[in-house]
Design a protein around this ligand. Structure first.
Ligand code: SAJ
Length: 422
């Protein structure tokens, strides 16, 4: 296995292609966007991810990585394209389908095809196998097919790509072993072999586990507000139990993974995946809850201005896909509330972004929607001087509330009831 063709140069494909190239493979990275292809060929990146620029530059500089619009013949094909959600909350497999179709003319005996994109259980067997067999070759005989789900955390992708354990699900044992040989070249973590459908389920289980746990945290946070107690204290104390690990409450769950993948189970098993559906609904309801808290805090202030801090779906990334922060602003604006939005990581979003000064100027409520480090280091006294009314709602519980209170702010925190805030 010398030549690898990686389909999709996004958050997973680009780091994977670059790391393979710096480990001696000849890699062609394929993307439908000419802009992405040009950017990568210049040794640059089109997404924000710590360390990625250096690795891409090294990979391009070594001559082992090249980006192109069309796939090329290779020993290994890695499919790392998006599997978004349709409006009907079903998996949109059109990118995977198109990627698989595009390599059919390039397949030859002995080739290894790896699906990395998170996909509903059964995808390798029921969707990919028939497409790949249009080549006249058989999956399980001439074509080795495996699902090796990515499990890297945005913000720590390069570290996790190398150090995380990986699950390698082969359509058959030979495919799993061949895929293991490839990952063994750059992964430090342990490699676990299984079948493809199990690997597909494992990946969705991981993200669903997190979603359900976050939903529980969010639900209890809302209950604590109603009880007039502090969710964060409850979670901290509960977590002193040896078998409890309560997740963090927040304005909702965003990103391209956790807010999407659980729906793949609901789609396949609408009756039996009831708890999974409920968790999704609880997390999706959090932006509305935030807006309710904002309304309560603003009371009868005339024509209030809200200074919104953050649009990314989580701290220190530039990704706004499915971001609850974006959704909160949608809802605030729909209610006719004036919002000035600032995010030091996001370059462009659906809502106009302004400078920090413009965001804070004459504002009445500071609304923290993303846990970027920059927000933790704001000087409360300086911010207080720029605003008209000193109200603060911290939906992530990340600021030093004592400092903000001392600077004259009335501080409210998601998950903390009025009795505690008072
Ligand atoms: N969140 C909470 N409370 C928490 C943890 C997270 O509200 O306690 C929110 C975040 O604010 C964010 C969302 O959940 O909006 C998701 O963030 P995340 O950091 O939990 O996860 P992602 O989506 O960035 O990456 C996840 C990871 N999966 C798991 O941790 C099980 C990552 O390892 C996967 O590779 C990635 O999904 C993926 O690509 O599937």
């Amino acid at each position: 296995m010398k030549e690898v063709c990686v389909l999709g140069l996004g958050y997973i494909g680009l780091p994977t292609a670059s790391v393979l190239a710096t480990n001696g493979f000849k890699v062609v990275g394929v993307d439908v966007s000419q802009r992405v292809v040009d950017t990568v060929n210049e040794g640059n990146i089109h997404i924000e991810e710590p360390g990625l620029q250096t690795v891409v530059r090294a990979a391009i500089g070594s001559g082992n990585l090249r980006a192109a619009r069309e796939p090329e013949a290779a020993d290994v094909f890695i499919i790392a394209v998006p599997t978004p959600l349709t409006a009907r909350k079903t998996a949109d497999m059109s990118y995977v389908t198109r990627a698989a179709e595009s390599i059919v003319p390039l397949l030859r005996a002995g080739v290894l095809v790896i699906l990395e994109s998170t996909s509903p259980p059964g995808t390798c067997r029921d969707l990919l196998r028939p497409i790949l067999e249009r080549s006249g070759l058989s999956v399980g005989k001439e074509i080795h097919l495996a699902h090796c789900p990515e499990r890297v955390l945005p913000g720590k992708i390069l570290k996790e790509l190398i150090h995380n354990d990986r699950v390698i699900g082969g359509y058959d044992r030979a495919a799993a072993r061949k895929a293991r040989d490839l990952y063994a070249r750059f992964v430090d973590g342990e490699l676990f072999l299984t079948d493809a459908t199990t690997a597909e389920m494992v990946k969705i289980l991981e993200n669903t586990y997190r979603d359900v746990n976050i939903a529980l945290a969010n639900e209890v946070a809302v209950l604590c507000e109603r009880l007039g107690i502090d969710f964060w204290e409850c979670a901290q104390l509960a977590n002193r139990h040896p078998r409890v690990a309560v997740h963090r409450a927040g304005p909702g769950v965003g990103g391209h993974c956790i807010s999407i993948d659980p729906w793949f189970l609901v789609e396949k098993f609408p009756d039996d995946a009831a708890m999974v559906r409920l968790a999704r609904q609880r997390n999706d309801s959090m932006p509305t809850h935030v807006v309710r808290r904002v309304r309560d805090l603003l009371g009868d202030l005339q024509d209030p201005k809200i200074a919104v801090l953050g649009q990314a779906y989580k701290g220190n990334v530039d990704d706004i896909r499915e971001s609850p922060a974006v959704h909160v602003v949608d809802l605030l604006k729909a209610e006719g509330l004036r919002c000035a939005v600032y995010d030091p990581h996001v370059k462009k979003g659906p809502h106009e972004l302004v400078s920090l000064e413009e965001c804070l100027h004459d504002a009445d409520l500071l609304l923290v929607l993303t846990a970027h480090d920059e927000f933790k280091y704001l000087n409360p006294r300086q911010v207080a001087r720029q605003m008209r009314t000193n109200l603060l709602l911290d939906t992530h519980n990340v600021l030093e509330h004592e400092d903000w209170t001392l600077a004259g702010f009335r501080v409210a925190v998601l998950g903390v009831g009025a009795a505690v805030n008072a």
